[in-house]
Design a protein around this ligand. Structure first.
Ligand code: TXA
Ligand code: MG
Length: 330
């Protein structure tokens, strides 16, 4: 299959940009498109074969459910049931935006492969003109995980999608780099109090201002992971990743030590250390780009230098700890 790229650019209101994409989605195909968080790989969420094509292109495990994107609160309410008042408050306060709400799905609303057989569904209204125009023109809920190969860093540019899925999907809508760069907050509204299953730009503090107490997943004991995706390898570049405190000479000592062992070192940091063989920026919007840049080098190891400010950013640290498989350099 040939993968085509449609450059939408700044003229996001032009329906011509979406005609082919909407036709592909309506006839059971997949299309990659930008959102404010990361690029998604979309398919009609009501069509089991279309959804299957997403899993096939990404190589995604079948027990990891997909987020369904909607064009409005009204569309969300057509597919969810027993919606708590606090979920409506969240929709009013944070939609469109980087917040996915896990709600009870109406019986038969979605095929099993969207929800991975769970009685719940994750719904989100994205805050990106291209995603919203595509949803409007398609007129259907769109299932869309991040448009990367399973296990790799999420794509924050059309080029990342092409790198991972060239020849596996028919079309990419190119809307330039993603503004936020980390995936949406996933909030389970079926629990009391609601539980943050994945931290994102919509923080616990922001949520608590609107709905009161929320819990963060991992606090307290549970037998089954409520967000199945959480247990898989994520955001992993080719070389092993180690976290290290960005303090005094710690990073340069680590680099010197690795050099004595003949290893090449790539560093992700706020200020590039002189001794690094390769050095890339570290910030929420640049994280996935920087991890992907490491794959373009012959580095043996990746150090990520964590400042005190980084350590306080729950969304960033969640992705970094997964990328590093919780390894700290010592
Ligand atoms: O920002 C985002 O959320 C991006 C853009 C494209 O919208 N999408 C995204 O999708 O990150 P994905 O598939 O890469 O991550 C979905 C996460 C997974 O951790 C999955 O387990 C969880 O949401 N999830 C989806 N449905 C769920 C459900 N019913 N219950 C619990 N967790 C769910
Ligand atoms: Mg993903």
């Amino acid at each position: 299959m040939k993968t085509r790229i449609v450059e939408v650019g700044k003229d996001t209101g032009n329906p011509e940009h979406y005609r082919e994409a909407a036709e592909i989605l309506q006839s059971g195909g997949t299309v990659a498109f930008p959102t404010e968080t990361v690029y998604g790989l979309g398919a009609d969420a009501t069509d089991p074969e279309a959804v299957e094509a997403i899993y096939a292109a990404k190589g995604r495990p079948a027990d990891n459910p997909l987020i369904v994107h909607v064009d409005s609160k009204e569309m969300a309410l057509r597919y969810a049931k027993d919606v708590p008042a606090d979920a409506i408050r969240c929709m009013d306060a944070f939609w469109p935006g980087p917040l996915t709400l896990v709600l009870q799905a109406k019986e038969g609303a979605f095929p099993e492969n969207v929800t991975a057989g769970l009685p719940t569904v994750g719904l989100r209204m994205p805050d990106h003109p291209i995603a919203r125009n595509l949803l409007k023109q398609t007129g259907r809920p769109i299932a869309a995980p991040s448009a990367n190969l399973s296990g790799k860093p999420s794509p924050t540019a059309a080029g990342h999608v092409l790198h991972d899925l060239d020849g596996k999907i028919p079309l990419i809508l190119d809307g330039g780099p993603s503004i936020l760069g980390l995936e949406s907050t996933v909030l389970d509204m079926t629990a009391v109090p609601p539980v943050i299953l994945r931290p994102g730009s919509t923080t616990a503090e922001m949520l608590e201002e609107v709905i009161g107490k929320v819990r963060v997943s991992g606090e307290g004991k549970r037998n089954v992971p409520r967000s199945p995706g959480v247990k898989y390898t994520h955001y992993a570049p080719d070389a092993p990743v180690y976290l290290i405190e960005d303090k005094s000479k710690l990073v340069s000592l680590a680099i010197d030590h690795l050099h004595t062992k003949g290893k090449k070192v790539a560093v992700l940091s706020e200020t590039p250390p002189e001794a690094a063989d390769y050095s890339f920026p570290l910030s929420p919007d640049m994280l996935y780009t920087s991890l992907r840049m490491c794959d373009e080098t012959d580095t043996d190891l990746i150090l990520v230098a964590i400042t005190e400010a980084h350590a306080k950013d729950a969304a960033l640290m969640n992705r970094l700890e997964k990328a590093a498989d919780h390894k700290w350099f010592s």
